[in-house]
Design a protein around this ligand. Sequence first.
Ligand code: PEP
Ligand code: MG
Length: 400
Amino acid sequence: MKIQDISVNIVFDSRACATIEAVVFDTEGNKFTGIVPAGKSTGVNEAHILDPHDARRVITETVSPAFNDKEVRSIAEIDSILLGLDGTGRKEQIGGNVMLGVSIAMVRALAFAQKKEPWEVIRAEFFSNETELRSPYIFSNLINGGAHAANNLSIQEYMVIADTKEEGVLRSIERLIAFYKELGEDIKRMYSLPRITIGDESGYAVDFDDNFAPIALLEKKIVTSEMQRAYRIALDAAASGFYKDGAYSFDGNMIDEGALKKIYDTYFDRSELLYSIEDPFEETKEDAFRSLQVSHADRVIVGDDLTTTNTATIERSAKNGAITGVIIKPNQIGTVTESCEAIRRAHELGVRTIVSHRSGETEDPILVQIAAAANAYGVKIGAPLRERVFKFNELLRIYS
Ligand code: PEP
Ligand code: MG
């Protein structure tokens, strides 16, 4: 496939913040796009983001000329050109958002040229050992707190992990939608609310009695609706968001790391269905992650801000015993190639991979294609409402 030109549109994400849509044209006049989402509770080691107006200048002046009339054959080749143009670890020169937008659009261009789906092209290049197509668990964020909601919860996300394998993806999503709607009615009744507010990822975002109350509510609802075989519970504490000067702000108190660990211990004791906790401590406190993982070997501690989709960091954290699960967010690292390398290494180390959206999302569903290519353990895609349904719909296109 030969590239003619690359341009960029400035578009808006689900929080009405400007982001970029990279537009790649091949020499036959076909056009392919890639849109970049944005996080709010970002890790300090994430790829640098250029302001969309600067991104437009960089694409016009630097990126497009590098691909002009260029024959490209693989995702790795394209991304190595982008990495070469940047030359910095954190993508400070041309920006992680510029690189990812172009990288995604190029995957679509390659897929078109080969008459394949994006996941097939990604699989052929990075995951050729995968022979079957296994639908991922859906991590669906039904109750929002932390940076994603204006309520009293320190913990950012209360998710159900829906098993899509037994009943199939369509039935599983239908049941999840029904569960989510009923949960909203339950919360209204429980707190005598005339209406209910939702957070950035479409989860319910009201005040609760404390940080455990949403877990208790989800557990009870899963049991009373006899969904124990289909659902477990996952948290994303996103603890850097409630950490300041050595202490965590939790249930109205400032507490230290040891006290927070004890609280998580009780959460695991009190909830049989609680399966995983993402970023339970501030993102540099790998020893604390490890201590929680060691105490609860049958549960999964997940790295996100801790690991920022960086292969070397994932490897270090996994080998240290700090995590047995990892979030993969392509815009944390900047290219499709690096995201796939991170997944590949995680799988080699026996770490469960969860390919994730950001809290500021768009209509671009590439994360689901990456998850399908890799047979990732899970996809984390919010509650089934509003712009979040685009990722659910992409699952349906691939798996049903
Ligand atoms: C997360 O922390 O996992 C998340 C999706 O939030 P954000 O995109 O705001 O980093
Ligand atoms: Mg997270």
